[in-house]
Design a protein around this ligand. Structure first.
Ligand code: CU
Length: 148
């Protein structure tokens, strides 16, 4: 009787240990802004509510707060500066055929939202908007994924 009860307790404890090792996805809210969003916004901005997450599933919930412009968010794994991305000067945007995009929330109309869930390994990432001129206008941010 006593042994059985211990066995039950141990079983319950090991279940608990398993449960805390399964991490929930980290949610990152990303705001896309430009001067039409709000008069306090001076340029093209990409503002995440957190700049890092533990490795694993990360959900980016992206909102375009612009009242006038389409924006988007592309994810690449790099610790290089955004100026190092292959650039198409004619189109005034990054040449997406020459980068390894991990995923994107593409072409959000003004006021719209979208989301993207990725399984990310530790390292440095860059999030940016590739509408013509927006990257050079400052519409990018770094994102760090840390080991557990
Ligand atoms: Cu943009």
């Amino acid at each position: 009787m006593r042994l059985a009860r211990h066995g039950f307790l141990l079983g319950t404890l090991s279940l608990f240990v398993v449960a805390i090792e399964v991490r929930a996805a980290t949610t990152v809210k990303v705001m896309l802004e430009d001067p039409s969003s709000d008069s306090s916004v001076k340029g093209m901005e990409m503002k995440p509510d957190r700049t890092s997450a533990p490795a694993g599933k990360v959900t980016f919930e992206v909102h375009n707060s612009s009242k006038a412009l389409v924006h988007e968010m592309i994810v690449v794994k790099t610790d290089a500066p955004p100026t190092a991305l292959p650039y198409d000067k004619k189109k005034n945007e990054v040449d997406e055929d020459k980068i390894k995009s991990l995923g994107e929330v593409s072409e959000l109309p003004p006021g719209k939202s979208g989301s993207l869930t990725l399984d990310l390994k530790p390292g440095a990432y860059l999030l940016f908007c590739n509408q013509a001129g927006h990257l050079q206008g400052g519409m990018w941010t770094r994102f760090e994924v840390t080991a557990h």
